[in-house]
Design a protein. Structure first.
Length: 184
């Protein structure tokens, strides 16, 4: 029976120091540096694969596990069905296979909905800021991943029949970006 911790921060420049599990001996820690807006996080996936029946998963707060109520409830259900106990330190909530605690379920749904609402507000403020910066001529958008020279080289490589996946690896971009560069 392992005690596993999961930590998440939204960007590479942030650190997870505030997500403290003081006084608790932890066997394994998983830490993502990614948005909680979706569940496509490598360390979360590894954590979910690692935990077994009888293990306890510690998470500092609900918003560190998921920013969507749907994702949150899905993850909790997936874990508790496996027999994993999930503990949220900040909120003082514990979830187990035994679902006979309606107060915990209510708190999970309320706090999960708040996290989802908070995420929506962040996105709204971000969009407003971008719109204002564009109107003032300060926002130029994201810079191009490739120089014009690299784009020409990419197009030449594509004409030689090099697979798109290999082109993406060679130029350090995603396959979708390869297709976008080839369209222009």
């Amino acid at each position: 029976m392992a005690i596993v911790a999961y930590k998440r921060v939204s960007s590479i420049s942030q650190n997870a120091d505030r997500q403290d599990f003081a006084g608790i001996t932890i066997d394994k820690v998983y830490e993502d540096r990614a948005s909680g807006a979706n569940t496509d996080r490598p360390e979360l996936k590894a954590c979910l694969d690692y935990v077994r029946e009888g293990d306890t998963l510690l998470v500092h707060s609900i918003d560190r596990l998921a920013r969507s109520l749907q994702d949150l409830t899905k993850i909790i259900e997936q874990l508790t069905t496996k027999g994993v106990t999930v503990k949220f330190i900040k909120e003082g909530l514990t979830f187990t296979k035994d679902t006979s605690n309606p107060a915990n379920e209510l708190m999970l749904n309320v706090l999960g909905a708040i996290a989802q609402f908070e995420r929506a507000l962040i996105r709204e403020r971000q969009a407003e800021g971008i719109a204002k910066a564009k109107a003032e001529g300060k926002y130029k958008g994201r810079s191009k991943a490739l120089t014009e020279e690299e784009v020409q080289s990419l197009k030449a490589d594509a004409e030689l029949g090099i697979p798109k996946t290999k082109l993406a690896d060679k130029y350090g971009i995603g396959r979708t970006s390869v297709y976008k560069y080839l369209e222009n």
